[in-house]
Design a protein around this ligand. Structure first.
Ligand code: T1G
Length: 694
């Protein structure tokens, strides 16, 4: 027996115990071990039943995703599941923690399933661009029904043991020691001569044969661009139309198509990047951090309120400071309304809302921040205002308190220099709405102590964010790259494109929205204010590109004024506005640009490749330590399609040679000032390598 699977006997029950930390993934050795264990149990005449259970914090959390890029080794998982199901002796799965993917499929191959009340079960393969490839799409509809199987497999969202029992997936929810409960259950099966129930022999009944088309229509908008959810539907449909063995063949065929797809490679890349991003290169994983037991938030505006919610959601008390009572009341009111909406939707209990609200203490006095472990400043984006706040924090906060700014682009080092403790100052850049968006850009200043940014990474995970560590520069990683895309889109408007054409290209690429529809949603006045604030840093051509100014000067701020780049009906449906086309065409004449037809391919290349080129510069400067930091920022903060893996992973799929050639082309067309190739991009392209090449 491989060492990470053991077989033991308790009375007449054989115990097959898996111990493959951290999540008992079904590596080749584990599969072989389980097979050997079941073989032993079948062969041993004293054994009347078997139990499969796991050591450690969880039941099997799926196939070993790291094995996907490698040649598959026997025993293959579908065969192992069938081998378990074909056992002449009852096999019981005893589940704790998570039974996910191949882990639940193993359980579905067992004849009975018991679980602790705290366990969750699910088939999340779709989140990896895959589908359950070891019988899950054929057995689950037979056991839990077609509708339930569609929900679980297409969403990939796990369910509780109680829910799984109500759906017939789990036979019994048990308490106490799981092994003991499993032995009792096994004896009951034997004593009651319960017949072995093979799930594959059940029938997947479908009431309304149109359910599959209807389901595909229902998810079309939300799952736009993804392959896997629709393949999942086809696989479940096969369970209702084909015999079990034919259905398994269909599942395998659909699975292999997805496994080798660029989408699944991208989504598996994101799975591991999201876990790797919290590790700080050059710093041991257990580097000492400071304890954060209480937090102060300065500013109760939209961002401040959302940030406060993040911490109280994690049970950390917050002191919320404002300069005026009316601002405090307004901020508090927004927080209360946000929670009340969630309670109304039924995804939060009233008493939990009350507990969280009770953790927020509001104040008008900086003195009340004298004992917090971390302060996050979320006031108006103005350097003078920020410096004033940090000067005050420097006087009132206790030694060792971390002072962080939520600025989205201002210079952290300049802010830190206003304090006597720059080693305790850094940026913690949340994204709006802060209580929803997963990304947290942690910005380490030149003098920020490793212990401080290591703490920010740890607390970021604790408040359920995906924290990414970046360096100080204008716009950090996300906004800096976004500025290049916005610049190029603005230039293409002048040269011949229209907002709706550019938006369609970006939308079809996979972003939730194009830049002009996004601008109208967020409010053009915000972008206009930033443009004015940064006017001195703009190039002459950018200054002359006054299309946004002209639109705002006529009071068109977007959806909130009923018109912006588009005009909106009372249901906020957007339509292109001939007035805007006229304004843009007239602007081109004024700045002496002869308009020309711009292809969708040019729009895509200038919008996306300008970001990739900037991403390479960000890596060169060490603002981002790895390409995965950039990919995670864009996936969790800017809606970059997860099935493309992020801008740097995507670049490698396109090929850096092709991107470098395009950058050189646009350097000639638009100007070296804007399209100077990153030396790293040039080097990797010449070497035929990618950003992720080893
Ligand atoms: N394979 C390999 N490594 C895995 C893994 C897996 N399935 N799951 C987790 N890890 C690693 C992870 O990279 C990290 O490593 C460590 O374990 C801890 O994970 C045929 C095709 C179980 C809920 O999609 O959702 O079965 O960074 O930090 O927050 O149908 O991990 O420490 O080096 O996430 O407590 C389907 C994936 C696979 C579940 C635990 N299964 N895992 O969360 O810890 S496809 C999944 C999770 C499949 C079959 C198919 C979570 C978790 P490192 P962690 P956590």
């Amino acid at each position: 027996m491989p060492e990470n699977v053991t077989f033991s006997k308790q009375g007449s029950t054989g115990i097959i115990s898996v111990n493959n930390p951290p999540v008992n993934a079904l590596s080749q050795a584990v599969r072989a071990g389980i097979k050997a264990g079941v073989e032993k149990g079948i062969a041993d005449k004293d054994i009347t039943a078997m139990v499969i259970l796991c050591e450690g914090r969880t039941f099997i959390a799926g196939a070993d995703i790291r094995e996907f890029g490698k040649p598959p080794l026997e025993p293959f998982l579908p065969d192992l599941v069938q081998f378990i199901e074909d056992s002449p002796k009852p096999v019981i799965a005893a589940i704790h923690g998570t039974a996910l993917g191949g882990g639940l499929e193993i359980s579905l191959g067992c004849h009975f399933r018991i679980a602790l009340a705290s366990a969750i079960v699910g088939l999340p393969e779709v989140k990896l661009g895959l589908l359950p490839g070891a019988g899950g799409t054929q057995r689950l509809p037979r056991l839990a029904g077609v509708q339930a199987a569609l929900e679980m497999i297409v969403s990939g969202t796990p369910i509780t043991a109680a829910k799984a029992q109500s759906m017939g997936i789990i036979d019994e929810v048990v308490g106490g020691d799981l092994k003991v409960a499993a032995l009792v259950f096994a004896q009951k099966v034997i004593d009651e001569k319960r017949p072995i129930r093979k799930v594959s022999t059940l029938t997947a009944k479908v009431g309304n044969p149109a359910v599959f088309d209807e389901y595909a229509k229902r998810i079309a908008r939300k799952q736009r661009g993804f392959l896997a959810p629709f393949q999942c539907i086809k696989a479940v449909e096969a369970a209702t139309k084909l015999s079990f063995s034919e259905g398994m063949k269909r599942e395998r065929q659909l699975f292999m198509e997805l496994k080798d797809s660029s989408q699944s490679r991208a989504q598996r890349h994101v799975f591991f990047s999201e876990r790797e991003v919290v590790r700080i290169p050059g710093l041991p994983n257990d580097y000492p951090t400071r304890e954060i037991k209480s937090v102060g938030v300065v500013g109760a505006g939209t961002m401040g309120g959302g940030i406060a919610m993040c911490f109280v959601n994690a049970g950390i008390p917050v002191v919320l400071l404002e300069v005026k009572q009316e601002f405090l009341d307004k901020g508090f009111g927004i927080i209360r309304k946000n929670y009340a909406n969630t309670v109304t939707k039924g995804s939060l209990k009233q008493e939990v809302m009350d507990q969280r609200m009770a953790l927020i203490k509001s104040t008008l006095s900086y003195e009340d921040l004298n004992d917090v472990d971390l302060v996050i400043e979320a006031v108006f984006e103005d350097m003078a205002v920020k410096k004033e706040v940090f000067a005050k924090l420097d006087t009132v906060c206790k030694p060792g308190a971390i002072l962080a700014s939520n600025t989205s682009y201002l210079n952290i080092d300049e802010i830190a220099a206003t304090t006597k403790r720059p080693q305790d100052v850094m940026g913690m850049h949340f994204f709006s709405p802060a209580n929803v968006m997963k990304l947290l850009e942690n910005v380490r200043g030149a003098k920020t102590a490793p212990e401080v940014y290591a703490t920010a990474m740890k607390i970021g995970k604790k408040i359920s964010k995906v924290p990414v560590l970046v360096g100080v520069c204008d716009g950090f990683v996300g906004n800096r790259m976004l500025a290049k895309r916005s610049r190029e889109c603005g230039f293409m408007l002048e040269e011949g494109a229209l907002p709706q054409q550019i938006d369609k290209v970006i939308y079809d690429f996979g972003f939730p929205m194009g830049p002009y529809a996004m601008g109208d949603l967020a409010g053009l006045d915000i972008g206009w204010r930033n443009r004015k604030a940064k006017f001195d840093q703009l190039t002459p051509r950018e200054r002359a590109n006054t299309i946004l100014d002209k639109i705002c000067e006529i009071g068109r701020y977007g959806q909130k004024t009923g018109a912006g780049f588009y005009k909106y009906d009372d249901k906020r449906n957007a339509t292109p506005d001939p007035l805007i086309e006229e304004l843009i065409v007239k602007h081109s004449q004024e700045v002496g640009i002869k308009r020309r037809a711009i292809t969708d391919q040019e729009i895509l290349e200038r919008a996306i490749y300008s970001m990739i080129n900037e991403g390479a510069k960000i890596m060169e400067e060490g603002i981002a330590a790895r390409p995965l930091d950039i990919d995670v920022v864009w996936i969790y903060g800017y809606g970059f399609p997860v099935y493309l893996g992020g801008p740097m992973f995507y670049a490698d799929q396109v090929g850096l040679k092709k991107i470098y050639a395009a950058v050189l082309k646009y350097k000639g067309m638009v100007g070296a000032e804007y399209w100077e190739p990153s030396p790293l991009l040039a080097k990797l392209a010449k070497e035929g390598k990618g950003f992720y090449s080893k």
